[in-house]
Design a binder for this molecule. Structure first.
Ligand code: AMP
Ligand code: GLY
Length: 423
């Protein structure tokens, strides 16, 4: 079967790397992909928002299955359009992807179905926001309702800060994503991400991971899309995973069916573990980036079989089997990220780095001209290593990172630190 992956980041490289190994795949395409992905798939220059172009391409190349990676095309309904054109596609409908597309929707759903999450209010004007802030303990979390490239969340220590954040969002700092905002109770605890494959009420637990969202060592500085991750995270014990499944994910899958928005696809629950109990921070309607890059190297089962079973609603016929090792991934980014950064700096030593045992390098944003690798984005590379535990995986990942010569790049040196001392 010919398969198309939509997207061009590190997550899509990991998806392509995994799908390329599937005996069911004839030709693997990626739109638009990147120079690193071109090692595993045939990249085609069609943007993720070009629905007409993607459908025409699938028809021309007889693509039998499409995997949509990023949030924006999912929330915009790409899966609906592909399916309407007769092209089987993995991912939720726009109606179900509202779990990611509207934080207010998800908070209301949690309230209606007793799913544990932070207390919240929705507001549309600054007066209402001020009134709520005046009567609430700090810190408080201010969120734009819609998609804001992971930047629409502000944790505010003081009332002044919270009011400013509300004023900025309501004034359009994130465009229409901020025309409604959610004010949330601050949850203190440790974060983890849990992934499940869902078709209506069928739920197959996939894997879990922990991401490092802050740009600096020790979790300081501004939030990013994710500077590194590891899987599985010791914080999510089997007992806790069971609670996440029974108290959060299954009730959500049932609620979405009951409300006429059956969910089909990968469901990503962002969690906070508060005093030993899981609470939902948010849902994403897709695999995580960089979480996907540390889950797929552990997957022993055939990824395409799992994704097709999800779409077809036969999750009881498949299982997801995992290598027992830990995978840890370090993101290399261009200096300046998550702010502004230049493009085009030369990266050397990638082949050498890939030679470290149990290491795989996924590309998030590179180009290749005349055999020379160049940076083409903020997050540029994911260096992922397997090891018998977090320490061994971390040692291998940084050994590989240290073979990469890229003066304009940087990475965190402490990915995995929360896992130490737990096991
Ligand atoms: P979100 O986009 O909703 O995942 O939020 C981005 C990040 O903000 C999360 O990964 C958390 O680190 C933090 N965050 C969001 N909501 C809360 C909350 N209620 N309490 C504490 N931290 C939060
Ligand atoms: N790593 C978080 C995300 O993919 O949204």
């Amino acid at each position: 079967m010919n398969v198309l992956v939509v997207g061009g980041g590190g997550r899509e490289h990991a998806l392509c790397w995994s799908l390329a190994a599937s005996p069911l795949v004839d030709t693997l395409y990626c739109a638009p992909g990147n120079a690193g992905i071109a090692q595993d798939a045939t990249c085609v220059p069609i943007g993720v928002a070009d629905t007409t172009g993607l459908i025409a391409f699938c028809k021309e190349k007889k693509v039998g299955f499409v995997v949509v990676g990023p949030d924006a095309p999912i929330v915009a309904g790409l899966v609906d359009h592909l399916e309407a054109a007769g092209i089987p596609a993995f991912g939720p409908s726009a109606k179900a992807a509202v779990l990611e597309g509207s934080k207010a929707f998800t908070k209301e759903l949690c309230a209606r179905h007793n799913i544990p999450t932070a207390a919240f209010v929705r507001v549309r004007d600054l007066d209402a926001a001020r009134k709520h802030i005046a009567g609430t303990r700090m810190p408080i979390v201010v969120k734009a309702d819609g998609l804001a490239l992971g930047k629409g969340v502000r944790i505010c220590a003081t009332r002044e800060e919270a009011e400013t954040a509300c004023a900025e969002m309501l004034a359009g700092a994130f465009g229409s994503a901020g025309s409604e905002i959610v004010l949330e109770e601050f949850l203190a605890g440790e974060e983890a991400s849990f992934f499940a494959l869902v078709h209506g009420e069928q739920v197959l637990p996939f894997a879990s991971a922990q991401d490092h969202k802050k740009v600096g060592d020790g979790d300081v500085g501004p939030n990013t899309g994710g500077m590194g991750a590891y899987s599985p995270p010791p914080v999510l014990t089997q007992a806790l995973e069971k609670r996440v499944l029974e108290e959060i994910v299954r009730p959500t899958a049932r609620a979405m069916v009951a409300e006429g928005r059956p969910y089909v696809g990968a469901l990503f629950a962002g969690l906070m573990i508060v005093d030993g109990a899981p609470k939902l921070i948010e849902y994403n309607a897709r695999f995580g980036d960089p979480e996907c890059q540390v889950m797929l190297p552990r997957l022993k089962s055939d990824l395409l079989t799992l994704l097709m079973a999800t779409r077809e609603g036969v999750l009881h016929k498949v299982d997801a089997r995992w290598r027992p090792e830990t995978a840890l991934g370090v993101v290399l980014a261009t200096k300046g990220y998550p702010g502004t950064y230049p493009k085009g700096s030369v990266i050397e030593g990638l082949e050498d780095a890939a030679g470290v045992p149990e290491v795989t390098i996924f590309h998030a944003g590179t180009t290749r001209e005349g055999g020379v690798w160049k940076a083409n984005g903020g997050r540029v590379l994911n260096v992922v290593a397997l090891g018998k535990d977090v320490a061994e995986a971390q040692g291998r990942a940084y050994a590989a990172v240290d073979r990469i010569r890229w003066p304009q790049g940087f990475c965190r040196r402490d990915i995995g630190f929360r896992a130490f001392g737990r096991r």
